[in-house]
Design a protein around this ligand. Structure first.
Ligand code: GLU
Length: 329
């Protein structure tokens, strides 16, 4: 696999130990193996990679494989193969989130023991009629004072103090969790640790200093900051890059039929990603090698050209470049 050595770390866990020291910039890309890498995910990966490399930082690759029901067999390999073909070089070994389950459980136990989290027996049907907001169901606190069900999720207590952060691209962001999401789930009824908790624990373990990711996840950030505060972690910096849309404005995602990026001839697609990121590459850059494209991109990287931009329509889909792409087995 395409990775740069960090220390002498033979395994992901010791790589984490080695990495999480010092004041160095540490970025990461954390795809879930729910399908092949599509152009929208490539753009987010390129942004986080360039931001890390332009800071002479480390760039970690974490496969968020803790939700088997949503995963697609073969997706991890497709993602890793695509990242390799497109010339990404991650630091240390690939980190598999499933391997840090013990740390997720320890965080969960600590929150439960301190009374900051509680079991909730409400089913989907029980919550069918409660208010919904932009973040989904607003949990009304039904089980806050106890619940007798055997099968339970675990929720974290929230309050209505504003939680804010300044996103490097999208500016000041504030939510009041109790009224916007209510106490949210950190372990699901099926026993799986929820994304919000796992991501916070792993970013802390790996010493991540800045998270550059798609704006579609931005609305989760305050819930993650809340968990960081309760667990005594410091918060990384955040920069949320625009989502890539179809020409009709629909977000590029598996649900809207976004195909995986091709494994052949990556140069034009890589250059399209730079164009989507408003990097203004020279006209003939796609005639260069993948290595030279990265050299140009790292030297010329300007995150701030994306300031305030929330969506970019992709011309690439018109050009039909993405038709011959890897399919899930
Ligand atoms: N695993 C998440 C996804 O693929 C991204 C997590 C993150 O960047 O915080 O959507």
């Amino acid at each position: 696999m395409r990775h740069r050595n960090v220390g002498n770390s033979p395994s992901a866990n010791s790589a984490i130990g080695t990495i999480a020291t010092g004041n160095r910039y540490i970025g990461r890309f954390a795809p879930s193996p729910t399908g092949p890498l599509h152009f929208g995910s490539l753009v987010a990966a390129v942004a986080s990679y360039l931001q890390a490399r332009a800071h002479s930082g480390l760039w970690l690759l974490r496969i968020e494989d803790i939700d088997p029901p949503r995963e697609q067999p073969g997706a991890t390999k497709l993602i890793l193969d695509a990242l390799e073909t497109y010339g990404f070089e991650w630091d240390g070994e690939v980190i598999y989130q499933s391997k840090t389950a013990a740390a997720h459980d320890a965080a969960l136990q600590s929150l439960l023991e301190r009374g900051l989290a509680y079991p909730c027996g409400c089913s989907r049907r029980d919550l069918a009629d409660v208010a919904r907001g932009p973040l989904g169901t607003i949990y009304p606190g039904t089980c806050r004072d106890g619940c007798s069900s055997k099968e339970t999720a675990i929720r974290i207590r929230t309050n209505d103090e504003p939680i804010s952060f300044v996103d490097a691209l999208q500016g000041n962001q504030t939510q009041r969790l109790e009224s916007e999401s209510g106490d949210f789930i950190i372990r699901r009824r099926d026993g799986l640790v929820a994304y919000q908790l796992a991501v916070v624990v792993d970013d802390e373990l790996e010493g991540v200093t800045e998270i550059v990711r798609g704006i579609d996840i931005m609305e989760s950030t305050q819930r993650q900051i809340w968990l960081q505060q309760l667990l005594g972690y410091s918060s990384p910096k955040y920069a949320h890059v625009p989502v890539i849309t179809h020409p009709n404005g629909d977000k590029l995602s598996k649900l809207t039929g976004a195909p995986g990026i091709p494994q052949e001839n990556p140069q034009p697609i890589l250059v399209e990603a730079l164009i989507a990121l408003r990097q203004d590459p020279p006209a003939d850059l796609d005639a260069s090698s993948v290595y030279d494209i990265w050299q140009w991109a790292i030297t010329n990287w300007k995150l701030e050209t994306l300031r305030g931009l929330t969506a970019v329509k992709s011309a690439i889909l018109h050009a039909n470049i993405l038709t011959d792409t890897p399919k899930m087995p």
